[in-house]
Design a protein around this ligand. Structure first.
Ligand SMILES: [Zn+2]
Length: 304
């Protein structure tokens, strides 16, 4: 039961499911995505060696176990502005993926599987192998080269590396921590507005939602804030955690960019009224205003 993937065209995908004018598909290489009809039409007319790699990377990093990554026309239009992560960043993505799939200490994970190509922004298996060799050279993994398979296991150093750098996917101050309400009402504001604006400026947005459900501020969040270049705090919904995280960032001397939906604006807590807060009514307005603010504050970060 396989059919042609709408992104890469290979026959490794599960049958597509039509949802309104969109198509949902799960491809062994590209991941789980939902592409709108108009996005699929636009995609047919853009070319470039990196388009597919960027899309796959986008899908793998945005899909969750129960939700496909949404590809709409704005995703496609923004592709040329995104940069492919550097080789060491890609090696780190590979390391984390192996860590995730390690069921017991020292377990070998076969990275000669097609999904690793998509996850690591690679063109082909050979690149995944190369990235594993980058990790091997750093003493983070061992590679057992056997015919047809490429079983890779984390070394003790590899485990410590992943655990010490948890959540800090890309180091050297390239991340932007996003403090906001976790609710369907602002999901689009994150996806279309905040995340896009941050990415367009060359930073990696970090939002720690799994933990927010537990409503606790733990070490992982604090560390992610400490490691970020700046924090975007959206006050819509007026969650205590958002004020706390923004306050923690301010105390560390990190720039905090405040945003709030116009309907919630009048309820902004007294203590933060002195800050210049971006008032938005639509997700695209949030995107435009935030991107402008970020560019004027930090400029566009050149990843290379
Ligand atoms: Zn595919």
């Amino acid at each position: 039961m396989s059919e042609k993937c709408n992104l890469c065209g290979t026959k490794s995908a599960e049958p597509a499911v039509t949802r309104g004018d969109s198509i949902e598909q799960n491809c062994g290489c590209c991941g789980h995505f939902l592409i709108t009809g108009s996005a699929a039409a636009v995609l047919e007319h853009i070319d470039g060696p990196d388009i597919l790699r960027k899309l796959r990377g986008y899908v793998w990093s945005n899909a969750t176990p129960d939700k496909p990554a949404l590809i709409d026309t704005s995703t496609i239009e923004n592709l040329p502005k995104w940069s492919i992560p550097t080789v060491s960043e890609r090696a780190e993505i590979l390391l984390r993926e192996i860590y995730k799939r390690t069921s017991y200490l020292g377990a070998k994970v076969n990275i000669n599987e097609r999904d690793f190509v998509g996850i690591t922004y690679s063109h082909a298996d050979a690149e995944v192998q190369f990235l594993s060799e980058v990790l091997e050279a750093k003493g983070l993994v061992t590679i057992a080269r056997t015919a047809g398979e490429l079983p890779v296991a984390l070394t003790a150093t590899g485990y410590s590396f992943v655990e010490e750098h948890k959540r800090n996917l890309i180091t050297d101050g390239a991340t932007a921590f996003v403090a906001m309400w976790f609710n369907d009402q602002v999901d689009e504001a994150y996806r279309i507005g905040i995340k896009e604006a941050i990415q367009n400026c060359g930073y990696l947005p970090v939002r720690i939602d799994e933990i927010a459900h537990a409503e606790k501020i733990d070490d992982m969040i604090l560390r992610a804030i400490r490691e970020s270049a700046f924090v975007v705090a959206d006050l819509t919904g007026h969650r205590g955690g958002v004020y706390f995280e923004a306050g923690y960032a301010l105390a560390l001397g990190k720039p905090v960019i405040w945003t709030c939906r116009n309907t919630d604006f009048k309820h902004i807590h007294f203590d933060v009224r002195q800050y210049n807060c971006i008032k938005w009514s639509t997700e695209s307005e949030l995107f435009t205003k935030l991107e402008d603010r970020l560019i004027s504050l930090f400029g566009k970060r050149d990843k290379n």
